[in-house]
Design a protein around this ligand. Structure first.
Ligand code: AMP
Ligand code: MG
Length: 313
């Protein structure tokens, strides 16, 4: 398929098309389309696509160029003001969600980007359906919205600790045995609804190994500048590793679709995680028919008039 970027009106940096192709190559292996057959054990958290750590400097340069390409695409998204892009990040603690978000979005215009973090629901949140708090944080058209955790917690932490269901204010009669299937179905419908309205959804599970998580926890404990990131409950949650992995696997199987795919991103090497996430975002933006709004004859006359007036000053 010819790249849509050929039809863009304003000249983008000459390397944009090359970058888009490269991005696709990096991102596609980690994309789960239709998820039914997905198995978590097929993804190695330590995978770096064969790139050795000696090539890390080049990959960092690639990431910087990727961030520039992303900025160009985001500028078009913003100018066109039709589509919105929603990026959802889920992971175990210390898998690098915050760092990935920070690095990948570092080059984009802050006006075109909004991040929302979802923590333990407040009493106001619990007074509503679980999509409510997320729905009010959806990106406007022309923007990239990032969810640092999301409604997917409702089939992750809430599934691992089923007692949380009882603490929610859902009428007990509605908490049935098939509640998880019901939630997967509702989430699929919700994302389909978003797609039908021009909100492109891309979901990222940063897949860290238990061993690397332990190493990062130690780092957080030993390094005073990282102490704030650590909470004792993180170690407790680690005790439920197997349950979490099962919940993640089933969630991906049930909610990954061609339209709203999950990316399962190896997360034991932060530099690699960032390259894959940036690549997937570029690939997503390139799938849209982004172009700068066409300027009509009237606007061209207006511009010519203004130029004349400025020259005459
Ligand atoms: P952090 O992102 O590390 O600051 O932690 C946020 C905490 O909020 C995590 O332990 C999540 O599991 C928890 N959390 C987020 N959403 C929900 C939810 N819907 N129900 C219960 N806990 C949640
Ligand atoms: Mg935490």
């Amino acid at each position: 398929m010819a790249s849509k970027s050929k039809h863009r009106q304003n000249p983008a940096p000459p390397d944009l098309d090359t970058f888009i192709k490269k991005a696709r190559k990096y991102a596609r292996p980690y994309r789960v389309g239709e998820g039914k057959k997905f198995r978590l054990k097929d993804v190695d958290p330590g995978d770096t696509a064969g790139i050795g750590s000696e090539a890390k400097p080049q990959s960092e340069e690639a990431l910087q160029n990727g961030v520039r390409a992303l900025a160009t695409l985001q500028d078009m998204l913003y100018a066109q003001d039709r589509w919105a892009l929603l990026l959802i990040f889920q992971a175990m603690d210390a898998a690098g969600k915050d760092g990935a978000i920070k690095h990948v979005m570092s080059g984009v215009n802050p006006q075109g980007c909004q991040v929302a973090s979802f923590k333990v629901p407040t009493s106001e949140d619990l007074d509503h359906d679980y999509l409510w708090r997320c729905n009010r944080q959806l990106p406007e058209r022309g923007r990239i919205g990032i969810f640092n955790r999301s409604y997917y917690e409702e089939v992750l932490v809430v599934r691992v600790h089923e007692g949380l269901l009882g603490k929610s204010k859902i009428p007990p009669g509605l908490i049935k045995k098939d509640i998880w299937d019901t939630r997967y179905r509702d989430i699929r419908s919700y994302e389909r609804y978003l797609a039908n309205n021009g909100v492109l959804v891309r979901k990222f599970f940063l897949h860290i190994s238990q061993k690397e998580q332990k190493r990062r926890f130690f780092e957080r404990i030993e390094n005073p500048e990282k102490n704030w990131k650590f909470s004792a409950s993180d170690v407790e949650e680690r005790g439920f590793w197997k349950d979490y992995m099962e919940a993640y696997e089933e969630m991906i199987r049930e909610t990954s679709t061609e339209e709203s795919p999950w990316y399962v991103v190896p997360a034991d090497n932060k530099w690699f995680t960032r390259v894959v996430v940036a690549a997937a975002v570029i690939d997503a933006l390139d799938s849209l028919d982004l172009r700068y709004p066409k300027v009509g004859p009237e606007k061209l006359r207006e511009l010519a008039g203004a130029k004349k007036a400025l020259l005459a000053e």
